[in-house]
Design a protein around this ligand. Structure first.
Ligand SMILES: [Zn+2]
Length: 582
């Protein structure tokens, strides 16, 4: 998402940049003037959460979207054809759509629906079906609409459309980012992660001379009367993944020969005048794919493309067309961390999608762990550890990462009652800790099963998956033959971190885990005593070992465990007391 989302990854870049990188997560719905072009109704701002019964009964098989873009008027004209299967009797079709769009015509299975039979006062479009349909039916809805989509308040964290000129001032440059609002900012849809369309066709018509890259594979363009239509074919596009980008883009093209024997088209869409920076980024594509395919598994969208597009904000994981700004500085680790983060979502977000935003750490935490992993792959232990340490310093521990309830994106990502930015670094650190606990073989096998639904993925032998925290616990238990409920309970469902208490009594070093609600916590602890490393099993949460009064002791010397740290607490308190940067 995003990194879009990724303030936290941004902050991980350096401690110093933290304050500047913290996003303003004020929800766009806080804009209360309906005339404000950034105003969103609560229904439009909502992304995920509880669905009405009419939507639960639908599966989204196909979206065919034709959109004509008028840059000077900041307006679109669209025809969306949506095909659904039904699993219950329905008399109404209930969709989500930004209510300021003007709806010109709706047809259901080829029959026009009179305007009196549909309404969209707040962003939930209710269409009375010409006749009720039974379970097992197909509903094909054709919706013709136009208007100005909501302006993005603070992309990519608060999404919408952004109308700009290119940096040279010569050309229109338009971007949409759907995180923080969802697909209904642009398209009639069901804005819930489980209701992504299985197949998506996009036809973007823009003034000739401009390009409109889209999701999936390019399937040709046509020109007529000064307009060019760009056609794209994709599958399983996340609800926040469709992208409408328009500009005078140029393209770097290449083919990646995969270790799995297939070939992956690589595309980088950049703006005129930015060739040098773009070329530098494009040179990283093969090594990024090397890392991902060797460490995790096959690139899931090899039949389409690895795509990156220049956008006006940090980045967003639009499927097969990752949004990326090329303004980022070099890092000591030597790779573009933002591209790696966004690209991670092709696995953690697009191939494996959460079915409830409550589990969003599966996208952002694993997606953030990918940067230390890439550092380890390219530069070794020092890059792995330095990236992890930066992430450790921004964990807040104010709210649990997961509740077990159906939650909307806003409840998790933006509201103070949710974990917000912690899903990035804390999720990453939990993954690191789990890896140290169960070992590389079991950890990466569990990740492959989570992502691909099988431990032996090869191009063509897997389907998109939905992931949950509890489902991942089951995978970890199956892979290891042990029960790690205690690990998940303590790290995901409680906010405070486990605390390792140590005392010296009568020639003994005594250790005890202190965990909220006295939960069991059987985390083994390494101890270095006068240069010798010993592992205490801590099966009942306690352990002891002989240690003289002057013994030199380091707890957890290889930094395997996410736990409370006085040093980090002092650092965060000091940081919070510093004057705010303007
Ligand atoms: Zn992200």
């Amino acid at each position: 998402m995003k990194m879009a989302l990724c303030s936290a990854a941004l902050a991980a870049l350096s401690f110093v940049s933290l304050a500047a990188a913290e996003p303003d997560r004020t929800p766009a719905s806080d804009i209360t003037d309906p005339k404000d072009p950034k105003f969103l109704t609560a229904q439009t701002r909502k992304q995920g959460g509880v669905m009405p019964a009419e939507q639960l009964a639908l599966d989204f098989r196909h979206l065919d979207l034709s959109t004509k873009v008028f840059p000077d008027e900041k307006r679109i004209e669209s025809v969306a054809v949506l095909t659904f299967g039904t699993s219950a009797r329905l008399s109404e079709l209930v969709l989500d759509l930004f209510p300021k769009f003007t709806i010109h015509r709706i047809e259901i299975n080829g029959r026009a629906v009179p305007p009196a039979q549909y309404s969209n006062p707040e962003g939930q479009l209710r269409i009375k079906l010409p006749r009720a349909v039974d379970a097992g039916a197909t509903i094909k809805a054709r919706i013709v609409y136009s208007g100005t989509p909501p302006l993005a308040k603070r992309p990519p964290w608060e999404g919408g459309t952004t109308w700009l000129k290119t940096p040279d001032g010569k050309s229109p440059w338009i971007d949409t980012s759907l995180w923080g609002g969802g697909c209904d900012l642009l398209i009639p849809c069901i804005d819930h992660p489980t209701r992504k369309a299985a197949i998506v066709d996009e036809h973007y018509t823009v003034p000739t001379g401009l390009m409109a890259p889209g999701n999936g594979a390019f399937v040709g363009k046509s020109e007529k009367n000064g307009w060019t239509t760009w056609n794209w074919h994709a599958r399983s596009v996340h609800t926040y993944g469709p992208v409408l980008d328009v500009g005078p883009y140029k393209v770097f093209e290449g083919e990646y020969r995969s270790r799995f024997g297939n070939s992956i088209p690589m595309r980088l869409y950049y703006l005129p005048g930015e060739e040098d920076k773009a070329a530098e980024l494009f040179r990283e594509f093969p090594q990024t794919l090397d890392f991902w395919e060797s460490r995790i598994g096959p690139y899931p969208w090899a039949d389409q493309k690895m795509g990156v597009i220049r956008v006006p904000y940090s980045g967003l994981e639009n499927q097969t067309l990752v949004g990326h700004s090329n303004d980022f500085p070099k890092t000591p680790q030597g790779f573009d961390w933002l591209m790696n983060h966004e690209f991670s979502h092709e696995w953690f977000g697009n191939q494996m999608s959460v079915s409830n935003y409550d589990d969003l750490w599966l996208h952002e935490g694993l997606g953030s762990y990918a940067q230390p992993l890439l550092g380890e792959y390219l530069g070794g232990t020092i890059d792995y550890m330095s990236l992890l340490k930066a992430q450790r310093a921004i964990i807040r521990n104010e709210q649990p990462l997961v509740t077990g309830e159906e939650r909307s994106e806003k409840a998790v990502y933006a509201d103070k009652t949710g974990p917000r930015g912690d899903i990035y670094p804390k999720g990453s650190w939990i993954a690191h800790t789990l890896r140290q606990l169960i070992g590389d073989d079991a950890f990466f096998k569990s990740i492959r099963i989570l992502v691909y639904g099988r431990p032996d993925p090869l191009p063509g032998n897997f389907q998109p998956q939905f992931g949950t925290t509890q489902g991942y616990l089951k995978i970890v238990n199956d892979v290891t033959g042990k029960d790690y409920k205690w690990f998940f309970d303590a790290y995901f469902y409680r906010a405070p971190l486990p605390k390792l208490l140590s005392t010296r009594e009568g020639g003994l070093l005594k250790l005890r885990w202190e965990v909220p609600d006295n939960l069991p916590f059987a985390m083994p602890v390494d101890i270095r005593i006068d240069g010798r490393v010993v592992t205490l099993p801590m099966s009942d949460g306690t352990g002891e070992i002989p240690a003289g009064a002057h013994a030199a002791i380091t707890l957890d010397p290889a930094s395997k465990i996410l736990m409370q740290s006085d040093a980090i607490d002092r650092f965060r308190a000091w940081e919070a007391a510093q004057p705010k940067k303007q």
